[in-house]
Design a binder for this molecule. Structure first.
Ligand SMILES: NC(=O)c1ccc[n+]([C@@H]2O[C@H](COP(=O)([O-])OP(=O)(O)OC[C@H]3O[C@@H](n4cnc5c(N)ncnc54)[C@H](O)[C@@H]3O)[C@@H](O)[C@H]2O)c1
Length: 208
């Protein structure tokens, strides 16, 4: 079967990625969805049992740091889009093992970006119709202050939610908020964000 688009979703065996993969596989049968995951302690394919036999789904066990293997994969599969969720994501672990976080989150993201750049620039349409969608975290901005500890007047507190939920502040992070990472985890995610932006500004790649 010929698919309208082929999309790689990295980290698809993880907590958030498995929901993203399921959504895309079911909602877009005309797209081929490739779930790329190293299956670390955080990945579990049992999360995706219900879609593993769908014709538009493929699982590939791969490390995002393996530039050569990823470059081959996106050429073989003619990949149009990458949704990048794979990461070392546990703050406490990053305090004990910052090297692994820098390796996966920074070098892994850079490997995907460089492979996508080389492949997409080799095509006649170049970046037209191609997208690199990078998943960051609010933690790159640091922490919001407790301006409204009781949640009174908070736009998040409705009559229905007030018994169970209190907002902690009235400030928001915006896309223009200054980066202010503090943990090795957020420092590695901030660094990967900067590489994604650099690939847009330097090469014209279309990231989101
Ligand atoms: N969970 C949250 O609350 C939260 C909040 C903000 C942002 N995020 C971001 O969302 C993304 C997904 O988070 P999550 O909670 O689903 O993470 P998770 O830890 O549950 O899943 C991460 C997935 O990435 C895979 N992985 C790890 N290293 C890899 C590597 N080197 N190569 C290939 N795959 C690898 C793991 O096997 C796992 O399946 C991450 O980028 C994270 O930084 C998460």
């Amino acid at each position: 079967m010929t698919y309208k688009r082929t999309i790689v979703i990295t980290g698809g065996a993880g907590f958030i990625g498995s929901h993203v993969v399921r959504l895309f596989v079911n909602k877009y049968p005309e797209y081929k969805i490739i779930n790329l995951d190293k299956l670390t302690y955080a990945g579990n394919l049992a999360n995706l049992k219900d879609i593993e036999d769908k014709p538009n789904y493929r699982f590939v066990k791969m490390d995002v740091c393996d530039f050569e293997a990823f470059y081959r994969l996106i050429q073989d599969e003619k990949v149009d889009g990458i949704i990048h969720l794979a990461a070392e994501s546990h703050v406490d672990r990053s305090i004990k093992d910052p090297f692994t976080f820098a390796q996966t989150n920074v070098m892994g993201t850079l490997a995907l970006l460089q492979a996508a750049k080389l492949y997409w620039e080799s095509l006649p349409e170049r970046y037209e119709g191609k997208r690199f969608y990078h998943i960051s975290t609010d933690e790159v901005y640091g922490a919001l202050s407790l301006t409204d500890p009781d949640g009174i007047e908070s736009p998040f507190t409705t009559a229905a939610s007030s018994e169970h939920h209190h907002a902690y502040g009235r400030d928001f992070f915006l896309e223009t908020t200054k980066y202010n990472p503090h943990s090795p985890y957020s420092a590695s995610k901030a660094s990967s964000d900067h590489f994604v932006r650099a690939f847009h500004d330097t090469y014209g790649m279309r990231p989101s």
